[in-house]
Design a protein around this ligand. Structure first.
Ligand SMILES: Cc1ncc(COP(=O)(O)O)c(C=O)c1O
Length: 391
């Protein structure tokens, strides 16, 4: 019997010390000790976002964070341009539409990332008050070029609000919120923060605050003005998920010790090692181009004659490795391997080792050890020390 290993794109594995931090007794959330925890966690989230802007920690899931961004900046009839490259891009567009915004969508085919040409064309039909982007499109395992597209938007529509869903992206790939001049960026606890679900994070720019002052969409639980007023008193408007705040303090200790650059490099190394392994077996990746491949999750087509769900069942039953199904048009057709948060190289090589055994058991013609060796080679290449400069 194996312990379960979660390799889905969230919730992700949580370090033991972080789990233990949650076993502390409850406290009064309207007290000085909680105010200190709130401040500490807010500072840590600011560090993850690389921002000096206001950051709010809301007790909700990632979708709640997306809804909070929408209801605070929008009024019915406002023009929104949504860049949709998969299920989560579509979800945010749907949320804005549900609150009465006039939403224009640009859609990309499965497994493709945003490109400047199509966004430029769409911007020409503006102006738009709000632009919606997804940093890491978890459903299609695509990493979108946010820096490039944000720079284009700023040139073409300097006053537009740029909203970014980085629920599964933040902490897996560099997203310097201030340097990119992003207005609201949303993240979630159960992803690279290595926490249980329960908290959403919003980084809010001064430009976004101006819009919040004018917005008319109905809101209550997610009212950021109320959140700001309570934050000034060291509180949240409503009862927070206190245990997840305890956990967050501990997770931040780990994250800060590793450092942002090393965290991004680790996620890149894991993604590239896994991709090298999958390619070595002759399997097809959902996203072919490494440059736009998610650093958080990888989508793979099973070999001919193997059903994706049969394969996932063997991985779970025999090895305890939990993989994710495809989403949208590739549901039940591909499998997705999550590798974000509290994950290291051995998780990738052992997953590949199990994957080979499972595929051979299901009749695939592959040579054992092939993918593991390819991942090892990639890890050694990526971890090679910088050559010492000649004197
Ligand atoms: C990119 C992205 N956006 C939004 C969400 C929604 O988050 P939640 O399921 O926490 O509501 C997810 C969840 O996987 C996600 O990956």
């Amino acid at each position: 019997m194996q312990d379960q290993r979660l390799m889905i794109p969230g919730p992700t594995p949580v370090p033991q010390s972080v789990l233990q931090a949650m076993a502390r007794p409850m406290m009064n959330h309207r007290s000085k000790p909680f105010a200190e925890i709130l401040e500490d966690c807010t500072d840590g989230a600011r560090w993850m976002f690389q921002t000096r802007n206001d950051v709010f920690i809301l007790t909700t899931s990632g979708t709640g964070g997306l809804e909070a961004a929408a209801v605070n900046v929008l009024s019915p009839g406002d023009r929104v341009l949504a860049l949709v490259a998969g299920v989560f891009g579509k979800r945010w567009a749907d949320i804005c539409q549900a609150y009465g915004a006039d939403v224009e969508r640009v859609e990309w085919p499965l497994g493709q990332a945003y490109d400047v040409e199509r966004v430029k064309e769409a911007l020409a039909k503006g102006p738009y008050l709000v632009l919606l982007m997804t940093h890491n499109e978890t459903s299609t395992t695509v990493l979108n070029p946010i820096a490039e597209i944000a720079a284009l938007i700023r040139r073409e529509l300097p006053d537009a609000l740029i909203l970014v869903d980085s629920v599964s992206g933040l902490g897996t790939a560099d997203l310097p919120v201030d340097a990119l001049d992003l207005d609201i960026v949303v993240a979630g606890s159960q992803k690279a923060f290595m926490l249980p679900p329960g908290l959403a994070y919003l980084a809010v720019s001064p430009r976004a605050w101006e819009a919040i002052g004018k917005a008319k969409a109905p809101r209550f639980y997610f009212d950021l003005v109320r959140a700001r007023d309570f934050k000034a008193k060291g509180q949240t408007p409503w009862t927070p998920a206190i245990s997840v705040f305890y956990a967050m303090q501990e997770a931040l200790r780990h994250l800060r010790a590793e450092g942002l650059t090393a965290i991004f490099a680790r996620h890149e190394r894991l993604a590239m090692g896994l991709r090298a392994g999958v390619r070595a077996l002759g399997l097809e990746l959902l996203v072919k181009d490494d440059a736009i491949a998610s650093r958080a999750v990888t989508g793979v087509w099973p070999p001919a004659g193997v059903a994706a769900n049969d394969f996932r069942k063997v991985m779970q039953d025999r090895f305890g490795i939990v993989l994710a199904n495809g989403q949208g048009p590739v549901q039940d057709k591909i499998f997705r391997i999550g590798h974000l948060g509290h994950v290291g190289e051995l998780d990738i090589t052992s997953c590949l080792s199990a994957l080979e055994i499972a595929l051979v058991g299901l009749g695939a013609k592959i040579e054992l050890g092939t993918s593991v060796a390819a991942a090892q080679t990639e890890f050694m290449r990526a971890a090679a020390p910088e050559p010492v400069a000649a004197r």
